[in-house]
Every structure is written in C-alpha cells, then in structure tokens.
Design a protein around this ligand. Structure first.
Ligand SMILES: CC/C=C\C/C=C\C/C=C\C/C=C\C/C=C\C/C=C\CCC(=O)SCCNC(=O)CCNC(=O)[C@H](O)C(C)(C)COP(=O)(O)OP(=O)(O)OC[C@H]1O[C@@H](n2cnc3c(N)ncnc32)[C@H](O)[C@@H]1OP(=O)(O)O
Ligand code: TJR
Length: 377
C-alpha cells in the first residue's frame, strides 16, 4: 500500500499521465475536427459524436480524481430529486471556491451520465487551453469576456443554439464570475453594501446578468435549476497537483432541485431571486462550518468503471509506443536527436505546467479585484 502511495508522487508517473492526456487529447481533438463536414449534413449526429469524444477527454480527469487520488465525492440531496438527475437538462448554480471544483463537478456529471454533454458559461481565456479548450469548441460551450456590453449578443446566440441539443445537459454557472479570494470578497461586499444587499460570508456577490439570460433562453429546454454548494471536509484546500500526487480529498456537495417554473421571468425579479439564493447558500455553508455536514440526507451514486476503462484504454494504446520510441532514440546514438527530444519534452512539460496553472487561484484573473469597478457603478 505504502509503495503505491510513493509511486503516485513520482515525477515519472506524472509525466506518463500527462503524456497520455495530451496525446490522446490532441488525437481526439483531431477526430472532432473530422466531424466538421458532418455538421451541415446531420448536425444532431455530429453533436452526439462530439459528446462521446468529449467524454473520452474529460473522463480522464474524473478518473484521476476518483481512481488515482481516491477522492470521495458525497452528494447531499433528496432521493426524489436524485431520481431525476441525468434524465433532464438543468442549469447548475455552483459556488466557486476551489481549484478542483471543475473536476468535482465533472465527477458528479459522470455518475449521472451527462459528462460528455455538460456545458458551462466559461471565461474566454479557457478556450485557448489546449485539448480542453479545443474540445469545448466542439461541445458548444458558451464563452464570455465577462463584459456584459461585449457578451450580451454572443451569449444569447450561443444559448439559443442549445435549444435543440439532442442530449440532456447540465449548464454550469458560477454566478460569482471568479474564484473566491479575500480581496475579491471584500470588494464585492462593498458593492453589496452599496446596493443595500445583505453581506455574504462565504460567497462573492453573484453577477446576475448571465443567470437571467440563461434562464430566459433555456426556458422550455431545461426543467430545473440545481442549486449546488460544494465544500471540502476538514478545511482541505485541494489542488490539481495534489490530485496528481495521489492525495485523497473529501468533497461534499449539497444539491437542491428547483423547478424552473419557480424562477421569475422578469430580469430584475430574477436577479433578486438569485441574490436570495446566494443568501441561502451562505447559510448552508455556515451550517457546514458548524456541523461538518450539509442539511438533508446523503444520496450518493457510486463511482462507475467507465472513466477508468477509458483511461486504461488510452494508457495501453499510448505507453508502449512511447517506450519503443525512447528506446530507439537512445539506441540511435545520435546526440543531437537525443538533445532535441529532451528539449521537446521540456517544452511540453512547461506547457502542461501552464495548463495546470490555469486551475490555480493565486494565478487567477484580476476580475472582481479592482476598486475601479466600484466607481463605475
Ligand atoms: C446534481 C448535479 C449537481 C451539480 C453538479 C455540478 C456541476 C456540474 C455541471 C457542469 C459541469 C460543466 C463544466 C465544468 C468544467 C469546467 C468549467 C469550470 C470553470 C469555468 C467557469 C468560468 O470560467 S467562471 C467565469 C466566467 N463565467 C461567469 O462569469 C458567469 C457569471 N457571470 C455573469 O453571469 C456575468 O453577468 C456576465 C459574465 C454575463 C457579464 O459580466 P459582467 O462583469 O459584465 O457582469 P455584470 O454586468 O453582471 O456586472 C456588473 C454588475 O455587477 C456589479 N458589480 C461590480 N463589481 C462587482 C463585484 N466586485 N462583485 C459583484 N458585483 C459587482 C455591478 O454593480 C453591476 O451590477 P448590476 O446591478 O448593474 O447588474
Ligand atoms: C489525466 C489528466 C492529467 C492531467 C494533467 C494536466 C492537465 C491539465 C488540465 C488543465 C485543465 C484546464 C481546465 C481549466 C478549467 C479551470 C476552470 C476554472 O476554475 O477556471 C477559473 C474561472 O472559472 C475563473 O477564473 P478566475 O477569474 O478566478 O481567474
């Protein structure tokens, strides 16, 4: 047991995992590219194929979390709502505090069979991340500049596109718009005070425009809002590097299903509804801090083998050729070829480190960080 734990912290293992992710990812991106001619002929078939291809990429990160690090994801939700998860499309509203909250979200998606089709209102910068960003282009992910004047038209258009999507999907909204930091919290609470809204202790003040427009444009397509609140046990601060090192975390997610009919249509009422929701989410976090659990029963679906099987498939396919290639290189005796290979591998490692950096809060954006935004309002 100890040996496996040590093995998981070894650089060689990390390099192999990253190599498999990158090479399989680029191959899948190329397959996605091949579906382009199919779009004008049979758009729905092209979308379904892309869901499967997307699954093959994102499930590798799920496998890393569930099987490599052994992280436990516990779902607090009522059994009646739970029976509907995966059988309908929904808008998911989730707090944005953790570096791996996207992996936890994906893991829950995987357990309910909607991982391939899952969607998000994501910042535009993520569309440039190799493999994941390129995959998202084919999955019709909605990107925004986080500038309402610039975003309005494009976001509405992208949301309307999803109205005839052939698979059930969950559309994720981090209404806070950026990850929680003390500084961002302080500034957003000054905005709350100016607006006469109650202060939040665990959340940033939600931005309401994206939520209102999503509800408006997906009404009739999605059946409910899944209000989701995530926390990690024992004040864990999980990171992607921790997961890669095989560190086990304990995620707890509280989900309430709110039928879409209960959400007001009019924009200002919808915004007020969202502010109220965040006040409730703050209370759930307070409850969690006090008691170490969320209210209500635990209805956790077990992990499924598919993410692991997909991962093993890619490992088997790609690791043997890698070792053969390395062996050939060493045996070739050409110093310049060996040096070039090392330089190439180093450049790829720097690229991977940059990708991991995208998940790190301390390297996060300045959005919500500038006092100047206060003066504008
Ligand atoms: C059972 C299952 C349950 C759960 C499973 C969980 C999840 C699984 C689901 C799906 C998984 C899918 C994918 C996951 C994988 C990866 C994705 C991970 C992450 C990517 C996410 C991101 O990139 S987050 C960043 C981008 N997204 C957003 O920003 C969305 C939220 N933002 C908005 O909606 C915005 O409104 C906007 C972006 C549309 C427009 O931005 P803008 O800044 O222009 O916003 P506003 O016009 O709203 O802002 C102006 C108003 O805000 C007030 N203001 C000013 N300063 C502040 C401040 N510091 N804090 C708060 N508010 C501020 C200002 O006063 C304006 O007020 P108004 O009254 O005029 O509105
Ligand atoms: C098997 C897998 C091996 C993995 C090896 C390494 C692969 C690296 C993968 C990188 C994945 C990058 C996907 C990024 C998703 C991050 C989502 C996120 O959390 O974005 C932050 C924004 O919401 C807000 O940004 P800020 O304004 O807080 O700034």
């Amino acid at each position: 047991m100890g040996i496996i734990k040590v093995l998981k912290t070894q650089l060689l293992c990390h390099l192999i995992i990253c190599y498999v992710f990158l090479v399989s990812g680029v191959l899948i991106n190329l397959l996605q590219l091949c579906t382009l001619p199919l779009w004008p002929i049979n758009k729905q078939l092209a979308r379904k194929i892309n869901c499967r291809l997307g699954y093959s990429i994102s499930s590798q990160l799920v496998a890393l979390l569930e099987w490599w690090s052994g992280t436990e994801c516990t779902l607090y939700t009522d059994p009646e709502s739970c029976s509907l998860y995966g059988t309908e499309s929904a808008i998911v509203v989730l707090n944005h505090n953790f570096e791996i909250d996207f992996m936890t979200g994906w893991t829950i998606c995987e357990r309910f069979g909607v991982l391939g089709s899952s969607k998000v209102l994501a910042k535009k910068e993520l569309s440039f991340v190799p493999v994941i960003g390129w995959m998202w282009y084919f999955l019709e992910i909605v990107f925004c500049n986080r500038n309402w004047e610039v975003d309005r038209k494009k976001v509405v258009e992208s949301l309307r596109n999803l109205r005839d999507y052939p698979e059930h999907f969950w559309f994720l909204l981090h209404c806070e718009g950026t990850r929680f930091t003390e500084k961002k919290h302080k500034i957003s609470m000054e905005v709350a005070e100016k607006k006469g809204l109650p202060k939040l202790k665990y959340h940033l003040l939600p931005r309401t425009k994206g939520f209102s427009i999503t509800v408006q444009n997906l009404r009739g397509k999605v059946s409910a809002v899944y209000d989701s609140t995530l926390n990690f046990r024992n004040n864990e601060t999980p990171t992607l590097l921790g997961v890669l090192n095989g560190k086990k975390y304990h995620a707890d997610m509280y989900v309430r299903r709110i039928p879409l009919d209960l959400i007001p249509e009019e924009e200002s009422e919808c915004a007020a509804w969202l502010h109220k929701l965040y006040q409730e989410k703050d209370e759930f976090q307070e409850h969690y801090t006090r008691t170490g659990r969320f209210p209500g029963p635990i209805t956790s679906p077990p992990r499924r083998p598919w993410a692991l099987l997909n991962w093993l498939f890619w490992v088997c396919l790609l690791v043997y050729p890698l070792f053969r290639l390395l062996l050939q290189l060493v045996l070739s005796g050409s110093i310049s070829t060996v040096i070039c290979t090392f330089v190439f591998c180093f450049a790829v490692s720097v690229g991977i480190r940059w990708m991991i950096g995208q998940t790190e809060i301390e390297k996060g954006s300045n959005y919500g960080n500038k006092e100047v935004q206060l003066n504008n309002n």
